[in-house]
Ligand binder design. Structure first.
Ligand SMILES: Cc1cc2nc3c(=O)[nH]c(=O)nc-3n(C[C@H](O)[C@H](O)[C@H](O)COP(=O)(O)OP(=O)(O)OC[C@H]3O[C@@H](n4cnc5c(N)ncnc54)[C@H](O)[C@@H]3O)c2cc1C
Length: 488
């Protein structure tokens, strides 16, 4: 959607072909009997990129999509004891950390300071095309190597700041936004928790899905032809060049094609292997993919006395992560995330009711797990886990219930049901990730979680901008990146 808006703003004629009957993909709404749930994202972070994209269209993001900065941004509840209400107010944050580990509270300032520096240096890399290994060896990039600490995982990096494992988790669990374990995730991603404290965790009124929906409304006003319920079933090729996309309703000729579908799935389904020398089936099979998620969306009677976002950490957090990424099995006491959005935004449920969104990280599709069977079992576990947060009588209050398993994510065209796309290991980042200007084909561009810079909404909007810059340059269209707000 961000790509369509920017291309239309450059004067190009844009047709958007969407398989589903709704817009937004993972960032869409599930609505039932007056309850509105976000299907996927619930944390809206680092609005700066989207703010700039809107400004380039002459629109103010916050007027188009009202949103509220949360404080506390979330509660962290530890099965091993203690909790942290994570607040962006650093003095109060230190008090919270001190309740768990007084000596670690003194380290919060240096953690934030070091990551401020790190983000300042890395932001340009996350906002620009990275197409060639030579870009790694510029003097500027080499000067950043000490900041990346390639030999360290995120968890190892945090050991140099925090002594208590619960405090380390508080500043590293954000690697789960990339579907990765902090024990495997590169240390670079300590910037994720920093981003939350420095720039905020937001709740767009009506949910994150409103962001996609408002973008679609604006895109239509700008002349984008959005065609819902039209799955691209085939591509038309002339040698390496894509000349059209074919759906059940007809063929669309194009000068350039942007693929937002999950990369591995789109390649396996739409591009013959003979046209993919770099990304052949063997390579796609060897790639590492993120974890998946088991979801319960519940519309319940009454209110729920919990903060907007709560993250519960298992008593065996590290084992739980290994179960997900190494053993492909379910844990006895899984960590999970619960969203209680109505405490901020009552518009999401009928009067006197609430929505609850429960996310349990699980392995991506693997023969070990048959979700026809495991779905019912995990539902029970999810209710038991929610009872640990004090929600004892929840099942009797349920009015509306929806479940999504890795099988369902896969049915939404996500390869192996890996909800956070290709993993963000160092060998699958920058020029080693599928590139925005797709190398194997001509006139084809990629956008979304499986391309550079990676998964998660802010970086996906960044990928849209990188891709549009490349595409408009190649087609000789005008590229408008600067703010048009003052001119409106
Ligand atoms: C449960 C969950 C929670 C998350 N939480 C957060 C969060 O709190 N904050 C955050 O920033 N990120 C979060 N994420 C990650 C974020 O949702 C994703 O990174 C992002 O939405 C992926 O965007 P995308 O454009 O790459 O893919 P998608 O949103 O999946 O878009 C791809 C689109 O392509 C369509 N498509 C696929 N194949 C075809 C075809 N052949 N023809 C036509 N259309 C097709 C799909 O229907 C879909 O609409 C979460 C993800 C999940 C699943």
């Amino acid at each position: 959607m961000a790509t369509a808006l920017q291309l239309a703003n450059s004067g190009l004629r844009v047709t958007l072909l969407e398989k589903q009957h709704y817009v937004g993909g993972r960032t869409s709404a599930l609505r039932d009997q007056g309850f509105t749930f976000d299907r996927g994202p619930t944390f809206f972070l680092y609005p700066r990129i989207l703010e700039e994209i809107f400004a380039s269209l002459g629109r103010d993001l916050y007027q188009e999509i009202p949103m509220q900065r949360l404080d506390p941004q979330y509660r962290l509840a530890f099965a091993t004891g203690g909790k942290i209400d994570a607040t962006p107010d650093v003095a109060r944050l230190k008090e919270q950390v001190a309740q768990i580990s007084p000596r670690d509270a003194q380290q919060v300032d240096s953690f934030l300071r070091d990551n401020r520096t790190k983000l300042k240096h890395f932001a340009p890399i996350l906002e620009n095309e990275f197409s060639c290994w030579r870009q790694l060896f510029t003097p500027k990039m080499l000067s950043l190597l000490p900041l990346v600490k390639v030999h360290r995982s995120l968890e190892q990096d945090l050991r140099s700041y925090f002594h208590d494992p619960r405090v380390r988790l508080s500043f590293s669990f954000q690697s789960k936004y990339l579907g990765m374990s902090p024990f495997q995730c590169p240390s670079l991603f300590s910037i994720l928790s920093f981003l939350e404290y420095e720039y905020g965790v937001f709740h767009p009124t009506g949910g994150c899905s409103r962001v996609s929906e408002r973008m679609a409304e604006i895109a239509r006003e700008m002349g984008v032809d959005i065609r819902l319920g039209e799955e691209v079933q085939k591509l038309r090729f002339s040698g390496r060049k894509v000349t059209g996309a074919i759906t059940c309703k007809g063929e669309y000729a194009c000068d350039a094609l942007v693929i937002n579908a999950d990369f591995a799935r789109a390649m396996l389904r739409l591009v013959p292997e003979s046209l993919r020398p770099r990304w052949n089936n063997r390579k796609l099979g060897r790639c590492k993919y993120s974890c998946s998620t088991y979801m319960l969306y519940l519309g319940v009677k009454g209110s729920v006395d919990l903060p907007h976002h709560v993250i519960y950490f298992s008593s065996e957090y590290e084992q739980n992560l290994k179960d997900i990424t190494d053993h492909y099995r379910l844990s006895r006491d899984p960590s999970f995330y619960l969203q209680n959005a109505c405490m901020t935004d009552p518009s999401l449920a009928p009067p006197g009711c609430s929505t609850l969104y429960c996310l349990v990280p699980v392995p991506h599709l693997h023969p070990n797990l048959d979700w026809q069977r495991e779905g019912a079992r995990l539902r029970q576990v999810a209710f038991e886990q929610m009872a640990r947060l004090g929600l004892y009588d929840l099942e009797s209050r349920v009015i509306v219930e929806h479940q999504v398993t890795p099988d369902d994510w896969a049915a939404m065209e996500i390869h192996r049901g890996a909800t956070f796309s290709m993993a963000h290991t160092l060998d699958q980042m920058l020029f080693l990730r599928p590139q925005n200007r797709y190398q194997d084909l001509d006139g084809v561009y990629l956008v979304g979680g499986s391309t550079h810079p990676g998964s998660g909404l802010p970086v996906i909007y960044s990928s849209a901008r990188i891709t549009c810059r490349a595409l408009t340059g190649d087609l000789g269209a005008s590229w408008r990146e600067e703010s048009q707000l003052a001119k409106v």
